[in-house]
Design a binder for this molecule. Sequence first.
Ligand code: XMP
Length: 320
Amino acid sequence: SWQPANFVADAVERVREKVGEEGRVICALSGGVDSAVAALIIHRAIGERLTCVFVDNGLLRLGEAEQVIATFREHFHIPLIAVDARDEFLSALENVADPEQKRKIIGEKFIRIFEREARALNGAQFLAQGTLYPDVIESSAPDRKKGVTIKTHHNVGGLPADMQMQLVEPLRYMFKDEVRAAGLELGLPEEWVWRHPFPGPGLAVRIIGPVSWPRLETLRRADAIFLEELRAAGFYRATQQAFAVLLPVQSVGVMGDGRTYADTIAIRAITTEDYMTADWARLPYDLLARVSSRIVNEISGVNRVVYDISSKPPATIEWE
Ligand code: XMP
């Protein structure tokens, strides 16, 4: 019957069969729900023969890196290699404004760092991937999307082709709701289980134009304020994605008796079934007002907040 405990047990058993008594597995954690649940299933199956790798690319949201490390290392006691690659990513992205160029640089950097860590850990014969059942179906029906690469998506998915490791895919027979149920069953914090999707290239595609550390810090703080207020108002679970974007637009403002010329933050919240089409969320005006006044008051260098009222299509969910 459809019971989280049952499909977790099934998935655990399949991992044991695949990996055997001696096999070692390496699993990249992204901070998202899929890779976390995949890691927890594998850990239940083979214990300390799993090593997780978390690459802090500097493009994550406020507190995210710390949370991944604390949850996996301290709470679950799962061996975790945390790589601080912030400088490496930031220098590779210096002066890069083109969205696809950003994605390419970030994807390639990630592979190189992950390979380096995997090699240092010599002896892992298996690479974990959080492939879900819908991904499996989609890639076996290639004509569905043929020729329409609107944006390239760099996840952990489909990466190191020449890595000589076998794949372990504990979520291969699960739908998203089952992954969430499995996560709860395995003790993943509720906040993590219900987390909105976050793109692999992270905040780099939410800073329009070149990425820099000060701009990342501005965006992180604006994003955190928006999400905090959204949660407090009970609208997080009612939206499927919500985030802030830092625009390359300065505008005139007035603060106290001084004139300002400062940055603009766009906030976006959407509702969707499948992320292929989406509508902008009809958030209450008083919530938007709170978010706006907190952002301009708490973040110096920002004097204007706009709400994105575009649906997909014709817009996309992300701005880049
Ligand atoms: P768009 O902007 O195309 O986004 O409407 C649809 C969904 O895909 C996510 N997205 C990405 N995810 N790497 C990812 O892993 C990417 O490069 C990327 N670009 C967009 C986006 O956040 C939304 O959920």
